[in-house]
Design a protein around this ligand. Structure first.
Ligand SMILES: [Zn+2]
Length: 446
């Protein structure tokens, strides 16, 4: 008699390595939070819980490498703006108005959306204050989150409530990271998050780099998203943004920079040489009219590129499916329709994301010994019929609404499309009242 396992995900089409051609009908056995076996055909192992994956694809959980869950309450409230006015007139006043309860409700909304849409891991950017509430929400809801409070100590249009003393800001991050990095059995991790060049002094950027490297934490920031941003940085620093960031130490294999839309040739070479990751956020780049990052060009040059939805006020959804469809189609305009095959895009959204977060040994593929982070995508929707390579069906045909089950570290967090780790009606109520309170404070501050 075979030993009983915690969980069997049964009867699906399994895509264990994502960008390989290999896929088969099989079962996944999970025990103690880890994948113990990927079985071809059906397993007879007894299991304490079985999730049905019939007429579904079983994939490694999706990894998004740039989100702001804390911005989620501002969804549909900041449309029709370019980056700098979007920050100064909408996002910063909103972040300045958030209290602890607002931060936690916003984080819960973002995390609920990510999990129900099949994203099991995210690299997340906080606001300046109350960041412990983001970790508390992530701990409860069950996502794997690499996250950090944002840093700003200068910059035009930054509200006083978000401008921090440089040393105080760094001390806050150190305390947060010391408390949360490795919490929830390693599911939560810290990543230092200076916002972008225009809102950080050189001392702050250098301090962030020093803090992260002294602790072994990742670094995340925004770079070269918008033409006005790039021009303002050149005017202020006398060099290109990437040359400047490289000088202060904010490049390297432990750095994820969101966007990389407007890059000079020397900047691309610098990214490749330093093995700095660019997180492609096509949904946000289109909505803010920022431009289209040259992803095939970056990849050809040897720059690691991963995917992220950015924030709810600039997308307006946090769906990896939306980003995958855009990443697979947008680059046809410049490079032809064969530029971004579905298997490549699917790998960016899983194993490449895991590697960028230094979690490649832990997640990103379905292999025995790895953490059981699994997404099961239903194939019964009309846009997924009647057949085709599973990667093409997922990237070109599926949406977040097709996600059936989601497992993180062996824990089923979404089952039959329902969030298991929170009461959805209570959560909706908390989100609604947090937005009412936050928007009232925004009106008062005007
Ligand atoms: Zn962002």
């Amino acid at each position: 008699m075979a030993t009983e396992v915690d969980l069997r995900i049964s009867g699906g089409i399994v895509l264990p390595m994502v960008d390989d051609e290999e896929w088969f009908r099989g079962d996944l056995l999970v025990d103690g939070g880890r994948i113990v076996e990927v079985v071809r055909g059906s397993s007879t192992a007894p299991a304490r819980r079985v999730l049905d994956a019939g007429e579904a694809v079983v994939l490694p959980g999706f990894v998004q490498c740039h989100v702001h869950v804390v911005q989620s309450l501002l969804r549909h409230q900041a449309d029709g703006l370019e980056l700098l006015p979007w920050l100064r007139d909408a996002v910063w006043p909103y972040e300045a108005a958030l209290d602890g309860d607002g931060v936690e409700a916003a984080a819960e909304l973002g995390i609920a959306e990510l999990l129900c849409g099949g994203t099991t891991t995210a690299l997340d950017f906080g606001t300046c204050r109350h960041h412990e509430r983001v970790f508390a929400a992530a701990e409860r809801l069950g996502i794997r989150l690499v996250s950090g409070k944002t840093h700003m100590d200068t910059g035009e249009g930054v509200p006083a409530a978000l401008l921090e003393d440089t040393d105080r800001s760094l001390a806050d991050a150190a305390a947060l990271g010391d408390r949360w990095h490795g919490a929830a059995a390693g599911r939560l991790r810290y990543a230092v998050a200076p916002r972008f060049t225009l809102s950080c002094s050189e001392a702050l950027l250098a301090g962030c780099v020093e803090l992260a490297r002294s602790r072994g934490w990742l670094l995340q920031s925004h770079a070269n998203e918008n033409v006005d941003e790039v021009a303002a940085i050149r005017a202020a620093t006398g060099s290109s943004n990437l040359e400047y960031l490289h000088r202060v130490g904010l490049t390297g294999p432990d750095v994820v920079l969101a966007h990389g839309v407007h890059l000079e040739a020397q900047e691309v070479a610098l990214l490749a040489r330093s093995r700095t990751t660019i997180c492609h956020c096509p949904g946000a780049n289109l909505k803010l009219g920022s431009g289209i990052a040259d992803v095939p060009g970056l990849q050809r040059a040897g720059v690691p590129v991963v995917l992220g939805a950015d924030g709810a006020p600039c997308n307006n959804r946090l769906s990896i499916f939306h980003e995958m469809t855009l990443a697979a189609t947008l680059h046809s305009l410049r490079h032809g329709p064969a530029a971004m095959p579905a298997t490549r895009v699917l790998a960016m959204a899983t194993r490449d994301g895991a590697a960028a977060l230094h979690l490649g040994r832990e997640i990103g593929t379905l292999e025995p010994g790895k953490a059981a982070d699994v997404t099961v995508v239903d194939l019964r929707g009309w846009s997924l019929q009647p057949d085709g390579h599973p990667a093409a069906r997922i990237v070109h045909g599926a949406t977040a609404g097709d996600v059936r089950h989601v497992v993180v570290g062996g824990q089923p967090v979404v089952v039959d499309r329902q969030l298991e780790t929170a009461d959805s009606s209570d959560l909706r109520e908390r989100i609604r009242s947090a937005w009412e309170a936050t928007s009232a404070r925004m009106r008062q501050a005007r």
